[in-house]
Structures are given as C-alpha cells and as structure tokens.
Design a protein around this ligand. Structure first.
Ligand SMILES: Nc1nc2c(ncn2[C@@H]2O[C@H](COP(=O)(O)OP(=O)(O)OP(=O)(O)O)[C@@H](O)[C@H]2O)c(=O)[nH]1
Ligand SMILES: [Mg+2]
Length: 521
C-alpha cells in the first residue's frame, strides 16, 4: 500500500473518495473505524510479508540472487554493472564492446563542445554557471576559491580582445564536429534518446505541494526523487541516455551485424562510421591544441569547469580515439558515459567461492537491476549495492541546485537503511569516486568548507574517507531495524582491477548471508 502511495501520483483520487470517513461520524463510530482500520492494516501487512517471504523462498529454490544497484545520478551504477559483466560475462562483454565506440566518440566531441561553449560564455561575460554547492560555511569568504594556477591576471576583456578571433576560427574548423555529433546521435538512435535532466523524473506528489511519506520508512520521501518546478534546470544541449528496457536494443546492434552478415543498412552504417572516423582524425590536432592550450585551461579553471572529473572524459586520449583504426579498450568502455533512464536488468552467472560448501552449485544466476526510481523493485531483492559518490562533497544535484550531493547520498542511505521493506536485505555501500576525491583534495578544495563537522582535521584522502565511512556506518548501526552486517567499501569503479577484487568480496558476503538465511528457512 505504502508503495503505491509513494510511487503513483495519478489515479488515487477515486480511491481516496472511496475510503474517506463518513461526514457525520460520531466519536464512538470514529473510534470503531480506527480500530477496524488498524486491524485491517495488520492483516494487510501480514499478507504482504507472507508474499515477500514466499517470493524469497521461491527465488532461493531457483538459485536466483537479485541485486539492486542504487544511487543518485552519476554515482556509478552503470559502471559497476559493467564491472560485473566484465568479470562474470566476458563473452557477452566482448560481443557488445563495439556498440560503445560511438558513445566514446560522442563523449569526446561533447567535451570539445563544452570547452567551446565555456570560452564563448567567458567572452560574453556570462557569470559562471556553477554546480558548486551553496551549502558552505557562511563565514567563508566567497572569493576564497582555490585554484592551482594564478588566474587572477586573466581578465575577461584581455581574453576577449586576444582570443575572440581564434575562437571564431576554432568554431569554423570544428564545424564538421557538429555533423559528427549528429551522425553519432543517429547511430545511437536504436535504444537511446536525447534527454534533459528533468525528463526522467516522474511527477511526484511533491509537485502538487503534498509531501510524500510512508509510515514504514521515516525518510522514505527521499526514495522518490523530489522535483521542484522552481528549480528546474536543463542539461546543456541534453545528454544521450538509454532507456532501461531498450538497453538490449542498443547493445545488440553490434552483435546483429556479426551474426547476420552485412546488408545494405550495415554497408551504409559502415560508410557513416568511416566518415565519422575521418572527420575526427581531421580535427585531431585542433582538438589536441585546444585541450593543451594554457590560456584555455586557465579559463576553464577560473570558471570552475573541471573537465577531468566530468563524466565521459576522454580528452587525454584524443590521439587514440580520433584515429581511423580506433577500437575501444575495456577501460574505454568502462569509462564511457551513457545516462540510464528507467531500469536496466542484467542476468549473469556468478562463480561461487572455491569452498566445499559451494561445490554442488559452482555458478549462480544473479539478476542485477540498475535504477533510480526504486520502490517497486524492493520486492524480493536479496542485496543492495548503494553507490555514494563521495567526491561530490562540493557539488549540487543537477536536478535540484539547492541540494548538496553528498548530503543527498547520506539522506538516501538513511532512507534505505531504515526502510522496513528492506530489513532482510544484505546492505553493501560503495563510497565511490575515491580517485576524484583524492584529486580534488590535492588540488586544494577544502573538505571542511562543505562539511563543517570535519573541523581542522587534515585535508587528505585517508582521514576524509575515514570520516565519511564512519558517518555511513553510524547511520547503518543507528537506523537498521534489526541488527545486520553492513559492508562498506571505498571504491573507484573505473579501476576495473581493484573493483574485480571488491566484487569478489561482495559475492562472498552476499552468498554467506543468503546461505545462512536459506539454512534457517
Ligand atoms: N573517475 C571516476 N569516474 C567514475 C567513477 N565511477 C563512475 N565514474 C564515471 O562517472 C560517470 C557516471 O557513471 P555512471 O555509471 O554512468 O553513473 P549512473 O549512476 O549509472 O548514472 P545514471 O545513469 O545517470 O543514473 C561515468 O562517466 C563513469 O565513467 C569512479 O569511481 N571514478
Ligand atoms: Mg546509469
């Protein structure tokens, strides 16, 4: 019941009308009704619980393990899924790798576009459109923005007079890249779409000013992402996204070619691919000189455009990617960015640990879901991998610029931990993007400026990660309904080698817990 109340905005009016109390109800009738409703709720909850347990038992009998990947946008859910596939579904991974080439090329072209737009904004004297969190110590001087170069001499007028002409020259030389962008978007067309940041958020009761709450999870309003009309912000030019159920369509395009030979469509596609590769190769030196240009770097720094830490960063790989013989590496595919809308479901067979206990069942089927609108998927889930991108301590949500991204992750973690629907689920938390966190701290961005309780502890990766880990662990201890073991890892899921070791440990913990509960049944 609470699931419906939270996830559905429309269609409830008629139901509410039906259950509305009678108009002239006497106090004793009211007391009777309340008791009746409480009894009915108990029965309904017991039935729900029975259904959930039955489903879990059925699943165990079938040997299925259902894992849910959860986390805010760009937390690394799809990247973690890629790591699972790389480790446990190698053949499919190899077959689908070619599908990612266009995504990677598009990531690169869009980075160049982003730089050109930033230069244009600088010339036009636009204020920086900051994604930086407002949630900072109000006593801090706003001009106290650390930068690793001396950009103070770089006045807007200086750049405008010196480089306006060169920017126009660049725009002309890069005109062909616009065509490449269009061709790549068409190519990705099967299963993908261009979206703005808000398109993916369903209307929620909060849109109409109502607050959504559940009696079962005190913070469950965080489980339905809140959309605030006044704060809508569009992603510049939209971002390519794959809608969950069309994921296979996107990935199968490469396999179709290899399985069924090459028809006319495929030949046209080949010639479009060759076109793209040729244009990219033609722009290679210009792209490199833009990325290596120190004045441009200084402007990016001044406007706090952090290309290295942006999703789909390939500017250090221009030589390789803008070449006609480019073939994506495993690492490229893992680092490429294609936003997910809706649910992605994957079934993979996971090797079991090499121990006597597991000898009779050497592999288990895992169903992995990657999603953000979560509640309907809580049913019969065995484990949750929650991704908290800890490098985002100084950023705000794209979809709501009043919310600090680290605070958002903490609130989501608390909501998940305290949800009754999930009390029997193995909880795993990835404190992700530790590599970016390390780079940020090194560049001089002070953690304590955004997280005041951190105080004057050293601005270094080890104590900062320890502090965040303790915060997540304390929430798990304080808000778990029953005592349960929670596994918290520090990760950089773009590092596939380290992540493979983490996933092995996750596999062991999930099996240990599920085996223990299966024996108890
Ligand atoms: N450097 C670094 N980049 C990461 C890490 N994890 C993810 N990324 C990058 O961050 C971007 C976003 O990751 P995704 O896996 O697409 O995020 P998501 O949670 O699936 O995001 P949505 O689909 O929008 O919900 C991608 O470009 C990844 O390559 C990390 O640990 N370190
Ligand atoms: Mg995704």
């Amino acid at each position: 019941m609470s699931v419906m109340a939270l996830s559905g905005a429309g269609g409830m009016d008629a139901f509410e009308e039906f259950v509305r109390p009678p108009v002239n109800e006497t106090p004793s009738e009211r007391a009777d009704r309340k008791m009746r409703e409480a009894r009915e709720k108990l029965i309904s909850d017991a039935i729900d619980e029975q259904i959930r347990q039955d489903k879990q038992t059925q699943q165990r009998e079938k040997g299925l393990v259902k894992v849910l990947l959860l986390g805010q946008s760009e937390s690394g859910k799809s990247t973690t899924l890629k790591n699972f596939r790389l480790a446990y579904a190698r053949n499919e991974w190899e077959a689908e790798k070619a599908s990612w080439k266009a995504v990677i090329q598009l990531n690169l072209v869009r980075s160049i576009g982003h730089i050109l737009n930033t230069l244009q904004a600088e010339i036009d004297g636009e204020p920086p459109s900051s994604t930086e969190s407002d949630d900072i110590d109000p006593l801090t001087d706003p001009s106290d923005i650390p930068a690793d170069g001396d950009d103070s001499n770089l006045s807007q007028s200086q750049f405008a007079s010196v480089d306006l002409q060169s920017l126009q020259g660049l725009r002309i030389r890069f005109a062909a890249l616009r065509r490449v962008e269009m061709v790549l978007k068409l190519k990705l067309g099967a299963g993908t779409e261009e979206i703005t940041s808000m398109d993916e958020y369903p209307e929620t009761p909060s849109d109409s000013g109502q607050e959504s709450r559940s009696a079962e999870a005190p913070d469950s309003r965080y489980l339905v992402r809140i959309r605030k009309n006044s704060r809508r912000k569009r992603v510049q030019g939209g971002e390519m996204a794959v809608r969950g159920l069309r994921w296979r369509e996107f990935l199968s395009s490469a396999r179709r070619d290899s399985l069924f030979g090459r028809g006319t469509d495929a030949q046209m596609q080949d010639s479009a691919d060759a076109d793209v590769a040729q244009i990219l190769a033609g722009c290679r030196e210009d792209m490199k000189s833009v990325w290596m240009n120190q004045t441009i770097r200084a402007i990016l720094r001044k406007r706090r455009v952090d290309m290295e830490n942006n999703a789909g960063f390939f500017l250090n790989d221009i030589d390789r990617i803008a070449s006609s013989s480019y073939v994506p590496s495993d690492d490229d595919v893992v680092r490429s960015r294609l936003r997910t809308v809706g649910v992605q479901e994957y079934r993979i067979y996971v090797d079991l640990p090499n121990s006597n206990v597991y000898k009779s069942t050497p592999k288990r089927e895992w169903v992995i879901h990657d999603r953000r609108a979560w509640i309907p998927f809580f049913d019969d889930v065995n484990a949750i991998i929650f991704l908290a991108p800890v490098s985002c301590f100084d950023e705000v949500l794209l979809e709501d610029s009043t919310i600090n991204r680290l605070n958002d992750s903490v609130a989501l973690w608390k909501a998940i931990i305290s949800s009754r629907l999930l009390e029997n689920v193995t909880m795993i938390c990835f404190l992700n993007k530790c590599d970016i966190l390390k780079r940020k701290l090194k560049s001089g961005i002070r953690f304590s400026r955004y997280v005041r309780e951190y105080g004057d502890r050293p601005n270094e990766i080890t104590p900062v990660v320890k502090f965040i880990k303790e915060r997540f662990r304390n929430i798990a201890i304080k808000y778990s309904i029953d005592q349960r073991t929670t596994y918290i890892y520090t990760t950089s899921v773009t590092d596939t080698k380290a992540t493979a070791a983490t996933l092995r440990s996750v596999r062991d913990s999930v099996f240990r817990t599920n085996l223990a509960s299966a024996q108890m049944v």
